[in-house]
Design a protein around this ligand. Structure first.
Ligand SMILES: [Zn+2]
Length: 158
């Protein structure tokens, strides 16, 4: 049973009479709505927003990047990427923040610009990851997962 239907059931139990039931149904819907917005507003919506941004949606893999991507494979690219993220964005106050991610020369860099994961300001703006605080492992995993999706969606003839 899902968490939300469990909450609904619980609210039913707490309030026996008819009005109580109406109130608990409304309350349950509200809880569902809030849960959806807080936890389920997932990467789909993010990618829609990125697609609407003229600047972000302009980024594409150039032939050289695509070749490199095909040659190394997604997992290796993401391994490099984890190092880039840790070294260039991981600290609370990264050196050269805003200019630490080159625009070309690695598919991961291109993907970072395309997904708003290029610097701490963009991470805060696009992903709600507060700047001025060291990135957690979980946040780094999340960033990698966003970039993985972008790279997977690129047509490089794999
Ligand atoms: Zn940026």
């Amino acid at each position: 049973m899902s968490r939300s239907s469990l909450i609904l059931k619980l609210m039913y139990k707490l309030r026996g009479n008819e009005w109580g039931q109406c109130i608990s149904i409304a309350g349950g819907c509200l809880v569902l709505f809030v849960l959806y917005n807080v936890f389920m507003r997932d990467v789909d919506e993010l990618f829609l927003a990125l697609g609407r941004s003229k600047f972000r949606s302009r980024f594409r893999l150039k032939e050289r990047d695509a070749e490199y991507y095909k040659e190394k494979g997604l997992e290796v690219i993401l391994e490099h990427g984890r190092e880039f993220i840790t070294q260039r964005l991981g600290q609370a106050k990264p050196i050269n923040d805003g200019k630490q991610t080159p625009i070309r020369n690695h598919p991961f860099f291109v993907a970072q610009h395309a997904t708003g994961t290029c610097c701490r300001r963009c991470l805060e703006k696009w992903h709600g990851i507060k700047k001025g605080v060291e990135l957690s492992e979980g946040q780094i995993d999340y960033i990698i997962s966003v970039i993985k999706r972008w790279l997977t969606e690129q047509d490089v003839g794999l």
